[in-house]
Design a protein around this ligand. Structure first.
Ligand code: F6P
Length: 322
């Protein structure tokens, strides 16, 4: 039974490749079911200032393959306040919206949680390269970011070999080590530093020295930004081994680029599923994927859970890089 006639969609926080595919899915799925969709431009800042425009089928044409977000994104301090949230609700009421799909990461979900608690139903779609949202195995953009990092590692490996250097590659991920771990494993890194596991500098120095002694030409060390900066770690390596190091901070290039097939399919499924929930009259949910099945959780409860990383994968990465 359709109980909702008009919904909004916004993207918020750090953008991620595949957000456009998710926006497209929300818009097309809603219109397919005769629901009007309004795009909120500029995340929660745009919501507070009423930057809200009706979207039609054509508004989301030719975007499935594009990185970034056509709806723009922002991080808003003001929206963390009750007053800011009320401004947003007033604007949505003005436009007659009855539900909101929020595509974003942790901070965006917190905003969606606050709106839901204040009586405005939101459905959260996990879109962040960090892969750090509890309740879903994958977030939209993670796979693309991973492939970007792997591509960079492969290239850095070429030059590292030529010069017999130790390279330290700093990757994003906020407090999560998912990008570092998966990219490090897939890129054959000798050492991976993630916030979820401590590290022992003596052990790392020993491994580097042993590798050097047996004629290893180079070493690749992937450092998650949640552990420390690449530059800081390079100093520690220099102090412990006296090896010549170079640091590459991959930075925001990890957030750009055309989404992979995996991210496009994931975004399409999650975006459409969010609309299905709204059609069923369900608000206050966060959608996700587990074992390739779509799932949804209470958005209030989900943020209290801890994001977990597969430490078996970490163990494996250590075993394979002896
Ligand atoms: O959450 C995505 C992310 O790219 C993190 O990996 C990173 O720590 C942060 O955003 C960077 O934020 P900003 O774009 O505001 O510098």
């Amino acid at each position: 039974m359709i109980i909702v006639k008009k919904i909004g969609v916004l993207t918020s926080g750090g953008d991620s490749p595949g957000m456009n595919a998710a926006v497209r899915a929300v818009v097309r799925k809603a219109i397919y079911h005769n629901i009007e969709v309004y795009g909120v431009y500029g995340g929660y800042s745009g919501l507070m200032s009423g930057n809200i425009k009706k979207l039609d089928l054509g508004s989301v044409g030719d975007i499935i393959h594009r990185g970034g977000t056509i709806l723009q994104s922002a991080r808003s301090e003001e929206f963390k306040t009750k007053e800011g949230q009320q401004k947003g609700i007033d604007e949505m009421n003005k436009h007659g919206l009855e539900g909101l799909v929020v595509i974003g990461g942790d901070g965006s979900f917190r905003g969606a949680k606050a709106l839901t608690e204040q009586g405005f139903p939101c459905v959260g779609v996990p879109g962040t390269i960090d892969n750090d949202i509890p309740g879903t195995q994958y977030t939209i953009g993670f796979d693309t970011a991973l492939n970007t990092v792997i591509d960079a590692i492969d290239k850095i490996r070429d030059t590292a070999t030529s010069h017999e250097r130790t390279f330290i590659i700093e990757v994003m991920g906020r407090d999560a080590g998912d990008i570092a771990l998966c990219a490090g494993l897939a890129g054959g890194a000798e050492t991976i530093l993630i916030p979820e596991a401590g590290y022992n500098m003596d052990e790392i120095a020993e491994r580097l020295k042993k590798g050097h002694e047996r004629g290893k030409k180079h070493s690749i060390i992937v450092v998650a930004e949640g552990v420390c900066s690449g530059v800081e770690f390079a100093k520690q390596i220099k102090d412990s081994t006296n090896f010549d190091t170079r640091v590459s901070v991959l930075g925001h290039m990890q957030r750009g680029g055309s989404p992979t097939a995996f991210d496009r399919v994931l975004a399409s499924r999650l975006g459409a599923y969010a609309v299905e929930l709204i059609l069923e009259g369900k608000g206050g949910r966060a959608v996700g994927i587990q074992n390739n099945k779509l799932v949804d959780h209470d958005i209030i409860e989900i943020l209290d859970r801890e994001h977990t990383l597969d430490l078996d994968l970490y163990k494996l990465s250590k075993e394979l890089s002896i």
